[in-house]
Write a protein that binds this ligand. Structure first.
Ligand code: 5GP
Length: 122
């Protein structure tokens, strides 16, 4: 899948659409999810044009990968959820139910998150 630079997170990165920014550095931008599923629900995205984790792991530079992973951990600590624990997840492609085709990691916490997966209803 090629990268669509009109996706909503690409527009947020370019400043064309506002976001509720939590953190930013050379490698990533983190902002609150518009429809939070937990008291803390932050999306962390790399600055480069990567569709998904699959694309990112294969094509990103080592510096981009290190910077992004450090960014995710930094965001969790900044949000105050690291001590009690939290969840990170990234949906990939059709079966992963990925809605926005720019890699993003959900950082969710602030409450007990329950079991990892439940059986889908549909
Ligand atoms: P996915 O299903 O692709 O893993 O997650 C996409 C996430 O992006 C969803 O949790 C959704 O609420 C969030 N989202 C979609 N559009 C926007 C937006 O314009 N701004 C923000 N902050 N989050 C968005």
């Amino acid at each position: 899948m090629s990268y669509d630079d009109q996706n909503i997170f690409a527009k947020i990165l370019r400043g064309e659409i506002p976001c509720d920014k939590v953190f930013e550095d050379d490698h990533c931008l983190a902002f609150n999810d518009i429809s939070p599923q937990a008291p803390t629900h932050v999306l962390v995205i790399p600055k480069g044009p990567y569709v998904s984790f699959d694309d990112f792991h294969a094509n990103a530079t080592d510096a981009e990968i290190v910077g992004f992973v450090r960014g995710v951990g930094t965001v969790a600590r900044m949000c105050g959820i690291a001590d009690d624990g939290y969840r990170i997840l990234s949906n990939i492609g059709t079966n992963g139910f990925q809605e926005v085709p720019h890699l993003h990691v959900h950082v969710v916490g602030g409450r007990h998150m329950g079991r990892m997966l439940s059986k889908p209803r549909d």
